[in-house]
Ligand binder design. Structure first.
Ligand SMILES: Cc1cc2nc3c(=O)[nH]c(=O)nc-3n(C[C@H](O)[C@H](O)[C@H](O)COP(=O)(O)O)c2cc1C
Length: 490
């Protein structure tokens, strides 16, 4: 399955698939759109194209990623795990043996080589160019999402910077609070790569912001890649087509040629203001705190540009499926570092950074604790507040099953680890921002060396009786039973 080349072909695809509804009446981007979208997202409803947002000539697209099916359509896969498998195929490459292996290996190498973004001379994102005093954010239907939000916020941007030392590109999704027609705050949190570029600059850092991208490129702005890996490369790899870039008009950066809207400008150290509050994906308002001011030197657009937006808030919101895509796409990389990990689940209700449930192939005492420490040292997973470790046969996505294991298998004195370390920037619970307690729960079966008495057998029916009852079920005249918990293979 190929992926849409730009936002317009994505909208056309959503429409063909019955996944998009156009709203033709005038609707207010101040709170009203949020209430409509929140009800739509929470009931598994369609993407919405607001054709007449109040006060703007630009249509607003929202809820494009709001269901598993749309996230799969966006990535051109049947299951999110298929996108992860593409990465696994490359990570697990071995020296080829026969001719078939060599050809397959070459195809994989070609797919990596073809991921590099491609520079082109011109692109539709510069059909309209506004510079200097003509720059005007008032033209866009920027949403004020929640009643206590400080101002309208741009919520689905791809923020492009370059590392001043290496030139390496970074693309991150950082919300931007509108200050006036020509400036916003730039909310890159302390653990994020855009901020690292800002800190490494000699005082001034050029920034470009792309809005309204093909869905894969838009997703990759939110992907937690290591700093030295270009998000646009991941986009090219997942799309199977390089992202085309044009030179920006007023800054020394390249921007996606097919973007609907591009904001060019700069941030300067010392030029900061108080950003927030903002109704965030934690389900709470984040407190006001200082962030740099982004001064806009140019605003370029496609003719009739479509403005993309997303509403976060109490989970589940639209960002749930962006997060689930990351969970599935990054599983192979997580396994590469910690091979005994079988699967993991970051519950949406835990806002992704609050909880990780991890199943492992356990072969030695203390291994669950090893996993907890590994997670607390691994990329953005290091911010996880609570890690629950279960055995390989437990379905980490079945929270009832996980709850059963946690309550059944844990001696609270022996199996609960309290540690401390960095926490998510947005976590309001710790007494000191950014650092606090970590909880590890070892819900695996215990070995004798772990101080357990002989572990009891789990209750399972004998296979012959299971088979007999399955065979005779229709005879009993009973409704079809719901599926049962997978058996412990040990
Ligand atoms: C809808 C949405 C909004 C986000 N807003 C922010 C934000 O305002 N600030 C931030 O630092 N991260 C935000 N994130 C998370 C980052 O995009 C994510 O951590 C990403 O990996 C950052 O890129 P980086 O690793 O290149 O810094 C948001 C993610 C999503 C899905």
């Amino acid at each position: 399955m190929s992926t849409p080349a730009d936002l317009r072909s994505w909208i056309a695809l959503l429409e063909r698939e019955g996944e998009l509804v156009r709203v033709s009446v005038e609707v207010d981007p101040h709170l009203e759109i949020t209430e409509i979208v929140d009800r739509t997202v929470k009931s598994g409803g369609p993407a919405l194209l607001f054709e007449r947002p109040k006060g703007s000539e630009h249509a607003l697209l929202i809820n494009q990623f709001g269901t598993e099916r749309r996230m799969c359509l966006a990535l051109g896969v049947d299951r999110l795990d298929d996108a992860g498998q593409k990465i696994a195929d490359v990570l697990e490459m071995q020296p080829p043996e026969g001719l078939r292996d060599k050809v397959a290996g070459l195809m994989k190498l070609k797919s990596i080589a073809g991921s590099r973004p491609k520079s082109v001379r011109s692109g539709p994102c510069q059909e309209v160019v506004l510079t200097g005093d003509d720059v005007n954010l008032d033209l866009l239907p920027i949403q004020t999402c929640w009643p206590q939000d400080a101002a309208p916020f741009i919520t689905l941007p791809a923020v492009i910077t370059a590392d001043p030392r290496t030139g390496g590109r970074n693309v991150g999704m950082y919300r931007m609070q509108k200050i006036d027609r020509r400036s916003t705050y730039m909310h890159w949190q302390i653990h994020k790569d855009g901020r690292m570029d800002y800190l490494a600059s000699d005082g001034k850092l050029e920034v470009a912001v792309a809005l309204g991208l093909d869905p894969v490129t838009a997703y990759t702005a939110s992907a937690p890649l290591p700093k030295h890996i270009d998000e646009l490369m991941l986009a090219g790899f997942l799309r199977g087509e390089p992202v085309e870039l044009v030179k920006a008009k007023t800054v020394d950066l390249e921007v996606p040629a097919d973007a609907e809207i591009v904001l060019e400008g700069y941030v300067e150290s010392g030029d900061e203001g108080i950003e927030g509050p903002f109704g965030d994906h934690t389900g709470y308002y984040t407190a006001p705190e200082p962030f740099p001011v982004f001064h806009i030197t140019a605003m370029t657009m496609r003719r009739g540009a479509i403005y993309p937006s997303i509403v976060v808030g109490k989970p589940p919101a639209e960002d749930a499926w962006l997060g689930k895509a990351t969970e599935r796409i990054f599983l192979p990389a997580v396994r590469m570092s910690v091979p005994e990990i079988v699967d993991y689940d970051l519950p949406v209700a835990g806002a992704f950074h609050n909880c990780a449930i991890i199943s492992i192939r356990k072969t030695f005492p203390g291994q669950a604790q090893k996993i907890m420490h590994a997670v607390w040292g691994l990329g953005m997973l290091s911010l996880t507040k609570c890690v629950v470790v279960v055995d390989e046969w437990v379905d980490v996505h079945d929270y009832e099953e996980v709850f059963f294991r946690v309550t059944a298998n844990v001696d609270v004195k022996r199996d609960v680890l309290i540690s401390e370390g960095p926490l998510d920037h947005l976590d309001h619970a710790p007494g000191t921002q950014f650092v606090g307690g970590k909880l590890g729960i070892d819900a695996t079966h215990k070995l004798p060396e772990e101080g357990a008495r002989p572990w009891p057998d789990e209750i399972d029916m004998s296979p012959e009786i299971e088979e007999l009852v399955t065979r005779r079920w229709a005879e009993y005249g009973l409704p079809a039973p719901r599926s049962v918990r997978p058996a412990d293979p040990s």
